[in-house]
Design a protein around this ligand. Structure first.
Ligand code: ADP
Ligand code: TRP
Length: 327
């Protein structure tokens, strides 16, 4: 029985990369582990958000968790903003984190590039809040896509530094990164990961795209030169499309390649679009059904927050004591 924790920022709609990178692994861990799955809405405001949209996206993320199979009776589901210990520990960890180590975070560098001085301090500091999210609950496993590995490693460094300075307080978390599907690339650009913050919606397949949109995006997907439906390191575009095919059908890449031997890219893309749509349809139906019941979603989040806060407060009492602020 291990403590497992993850969260997905409620910025816009979630996409299949988010689903396979972070949500599905959580669902699989639900049996036999103790799970915390939260909505990091304080992470979302590191870039400007419209307040009404942020609220809507927070409820939407909750609906997606439930639709994917997260059971709030077994998993503590809550919004970061209702458990103030996250920001409290975030501040304390800020005071042991170093500028240099945050400057090395590649996600920050990516997001800040070209913006000069015009990025929020929050965007720079975001990995420290993420470390607080993880360390508050003695999380041992953190299922994430591979882009978040460096942030989980920072959480380990901060835990170690705190423990050395103030005595054993935090356990060491491990990032849990699946072998296939931890980094789904953009369908319009196999060199860059699929991301909600991509400049064009052609980059990602949203969990809420309708069948015609999915078909359009997949038909427009970038392919490699040649005509063969084959993946491999030299063929990143096809490798990515084949991986998506494999994830939504449960078939191996080799099986899919064999089934398309001698077929055109066009035929392959049609089959891929059909497979993605067949996989999305029941998930979307569940997401929509859960989304309609706002009272239920709020109740799940409030009940979860109460449970999370009890745990978080136990840890914070120790932390405040250790650093000398519990008077
Ligand atoms: P985005 O870049 O789309 O805004 P987030 O940073 O909110 O995504 O990521 C939420 C979770 O989904 C994280 O665990 C992240 O590692 C995972 N994730 C994001 N993009 C991908 C992807 N393209 N492939 C696999 N996992 C991903
Ligand atoms: N930073 C993560 C992302 O952008 C979201 C996140 C915040 C998270 N806190 C976390 C993920 C703690 C895992 C554990 O996707």
């Amino acid at each position: 029985m291990k403590r497992v924790l993850t969260g997905l920022q409620p910025t816009g709609l979630l996409h299949i990369g988010n689903y396979f990178g972070a949500i599905e692994p959580m669902v699989r861990l639900q049996d036999g582990n103790e799970l915390f799955m939260f909505v990091p809405n304080y992470h979302a405001i590191t870039v400007p958000q419209r307040p009404d949209e942020l609220r809507r996206n927070t409820l939407f993320a909750t609906a997606v968790y439930l639709a994917a199979g997260i059971d709030p009776k077994r998993t503590t589901v809550f919004p970061q903003s209702l458990v103030s210990q996250h920001t409290e520990l975030g501040w304390i960890l800020n005071c042991i984190a170093k500028m240099g180590e945050l400057e090395r975070m590649t996600q920050y560098k990516d997001k800040a590039t070209g913006k000069g001085e015009n990025v929020s301090v929050g965007l720079f500091d975001y990995p420290v809040l993420m470390a607080a999210d993880i360390l508050l609950y003695d999380s041992l496993l953190v299922p994430v896509g591979s882009d978040q590995k460096q942030h989980v490693e920072l959480a380990r460094d901060l835990a170690d530094r705190f423990n050395k300075q103030f005595g054993q307080t935090f356990v060491m978390p491990e990032p849990m990164i699946r072998k296939d599907g931890a980094r789904i690339m953009g369908v319009d650009n196999p060199e860059k990961k699929m991301s909600k913050s991509a400049s064009s919606p052609k980059n990602y397949i949203s969990l809420m795209d309708n069948p015609a949109t999915v078909e359009k995006k997949i038909k427009a997907a970038v392919t490699d030169s040649g005509t063969e439906v084959k993946g491999g390191a030299e063929r990143p575009a096809l490798a990515n499309l084949l991986m998506i095919f494999s994830l939504v059908t449960g078939k191996t890449v080799a099986e899919i390649e064999a089934a398309h031997a001698g077929q055109s890219y066009g035929a392959f893309k049609q089959n891929l679009a059909d497979a993605v749509n067949a996989w999305l349809a029941p998930l979307q139906a569940k997401i929509l059904a859960f989304s309609k019941d706002e009272a239920m979603l709020l109740k799940v989040l409030e009940d979860g927050a109460k449970k999370a806060e009890e745990e978080a407060e136990v840890k914070m009492k120790v932390v405040r004591q250790k650093i000398g602020v519990a008077l």
